[in-house]
Structures are given as C-alpha cells and as structure tokens.
Design a protein around this ligand. Structure first.
Ligand SMILES: Nc1ncnc2c1ncn2[C@@H]1O[C@H](COP(=O)(O)OP(=O)(O)OP(=O)(O)O)[C@@H](O)[C@H]1O
Length: 304
C-alpha cells in the first residue's frame, strides 16, 4: 500500500507560478485530480513522478522524497498525456523496452503480463502508429505497469478516447484501485472524475481548491450562488415577487427581454419560482442556468 504526500509544494517557471503551496495526500484506491486547463495538474504529476523538482516543499512517497531518489521509480508508473513518439515500434516492443529499462529479471514475461492486463495481446505486433487513440492509451498504461508499481499516475487518460474505450479504461483503473494500488488520474471533466474516483482533489490556478468524495465536491458546487436567465409572460411582476425573497440576491432586466437572476439559495428558489408564477398568474417561458460552466464553478471554489 503506497501513499504520496505533497507537503507545501510549489513550482514556478521564471515568473509563472504553476503550483502554489499545495498540500495533499494521495492514498490507495482511485483519486481524481480535477482542474481546468492550466491549473497545474501536469506539473503536479511531473513532480509526483520524480521528473521535476519542486521549487519549494517536498513530494514524499511512503515517507521518502521522490526527487533524486531513484528507488522510487520502481514504485511509480506514469502515463503521460503526450503521445508515444515511437509510432514505428510495435506495442509489444515498446512495452518490452520499458521492461528492460526497469531492469526486470524476465522482461519478456512481464511484457506479456502487462499487455494482457490492458487487453492488448492481439494487436501487440502491429505498429503503434496504426493504433486507435484508446489502444495507444492502453499500450502506454501497459508500459507504465510493466514493473507492477503500486502507484500509477495518469495525465488526462481519457482525452480523445471514444466512449466505449473510455468505459473499458475506467473499468481497468477501477479494478486496479480495488486491488489496492494508488491510482491518480487528472481530468478537467467533472463527470469523468465523478464516475471513477473514490476521492477528488481539485486544483485551480496552481492552488489546492477542494478535497473530498464526489458528493462533498458536488455540494460545494451546488451551494454556490448561481445565475439564471428567465423569460416570462410578465417579467416586471415576477421581478417584484423575487426581490422580496432572500433566496434571490439580485435581479436585472436583460437587454432585450428576460431577467438575469442571481440566486443565493438554489434549493429554496427552485421550489418558490413556480409558486410565484402561479400566484401572480405569470407563465414561465424559459428558465436557463447561465453559468453552469466548470470554469465558473472553479472560480467560485477559489474565491471562497
Ligand atoms: N516548462 C514550463 N515553462 C513555463 N511555464 C510552464 C511550464 N510548464 C507549465 N507551465 C505553466 O504552468 C501552468 C500550469 O501548467 P500545467 O501544464 O501543469 O497545467 P495543467 O493543469 O496540466 O493544464 P493542461 O491540462 O492544459 O495541460 C500553466 O500556466 C503553464 O503555462
């Protein structure tokens, strides 16, 4: 059972702060590292896998610093986001090269085992350049798993993978998590993380913004103020009814027609809205959340 601890880790590149004072603990099972593009996920993973030194703070694997501690490479597997540049190699050759680099006693047997684990035995003698995106991802996972590391780090593993292969990959990662491995995968898609991760760490603009299981993260996101656009048969009458209620923070007449409403208590608002409409004989023509983007959720988490 392996555990990664980040202790006040920062990393800057000249004047760009990519990771800012992050403290977190990654334990066995599947953890999702969620954050928008540019949040620092790749930089965090590069530091966790020993490819990049923290500018300050420490990354520890089972109590040992990862940086310049070559033994830790035996316990880590990294599946990077970038594509394999050796498209001319067969899948089998690529995985075997990794087995040899790890100095395994029987690289041939380890290669076959890793290929079987990701269900890539049959196409293993084809060149990687001929593989689909999902197959390339699986071969990268086989290469990262060939030395049976207890920790597997995957950077955006589902990007560009078709839905069927995505489900297969999710099943594979879930199984590995249930086997007691420490699996961390990054994503900028909340639904992806919700489906797979037992635990979620959220990073935004280099900072650690939230941590918890998916219902805790969902709750943080639904408790925030939300914006709605409403179109009704009588905007002015509805606006009057709404501003009197504490669940509504602000109402603005939209340019053209309609109302922009800032709601501070969504639970109360969704129940009250149809009642106001009925009591004032107003027809609701459109009710649309206008800031459901993940970006707005993230900026809320950071500004708390
Ligand atoms: N080698 C580098 N030199 C300069 N700036 C860098 C370098 N690597 C990362 N950055 C910057 O650090 C910030 C975090 O980048 P990072 O790639 O870690 O984010 P990310 O969350 O993985 O995003 P994405 O999903 O888009 O890759 C960005 O502003 C990026 O431009």
């Amino acid at each position: 059972m392996a555990e990664i601890v980040l202790d006040r880790v920062s990393r800057w590149f000249n004047n760009v702060v990519a990771v800012n004072d992050v403290t977190m603990r990654i334990t066995p099972g599947v953890t999702g590292l969620l954050g928008p593009n540019g949040a620092g996920k790749t930089t965090l993973m590069a530091m966790m896998s020993g490819f990049l030194a923290p500018s300050s703070g420490q990354v520890l694997l089972d109590g040992q610093p990862v940086w310049r501690h070559t033994d830790s490479y035996r316990s880590l597997g990294l599946v990077p986001e970038r594509e394999i540049s050796f498209g001319y190699l067969t899948g089998r050759r690529f995985v075997r090269a990794n087995a040899e680099l790890q100095g395994l006693d029987d690289p041939g047997a380890a290669t076959e085992q890793a290929l079987a684990r990701v269900d890539m035995v049959e196409p293993a003698d084809r060149r990687i350049g001929t593989y689909s995106k999902g197959m390339r991802q699986r071969v990268k996972i086989a290469a990262a798993l060939v030395h049976e590391p207890p920790v597997l780090l995957l950077d955006e593993p589902f990007n560009g993978v078709d839905p069927r292969q995505r489900l297969q990959l999710m099943d594979l990662l879930r199984e590995m998590g249930e086997d007691g491995r420490t699996i961390l995968f990054s994503s900028h898609i909340l639904e992806e993380v919700e489906r797979l991760a037992r635990h979620i760490e959220v990073v935004v603009a280099g900072r650690h913004a939230a941590s918890g299981d998916f219902s805790a993260i969902r709750r943080l996101m639904t408790d925030r103020p939300v914006q709605y656009f409403l179109r009704t048969s009588d905007d002015r009458a509805l606006a009057t009814a709404m501003v009197a209620d504490p669940s509504v923070r602000a109402v603005r007449f939209s340019t053209g027609r309609g109302l922009d409403v800032e709601v501070s208590d969504l639970g109360t608002f969704v129940h009250a809205l149809p009642v106001w409409a009925r009591d004032h004989d107003i027809t609701l023509l459109e009710v649309t959340p206008s800031d459901e983007s993940l970006e707005s959720v993230f900026s809320y988490l950071v500004s708390r």
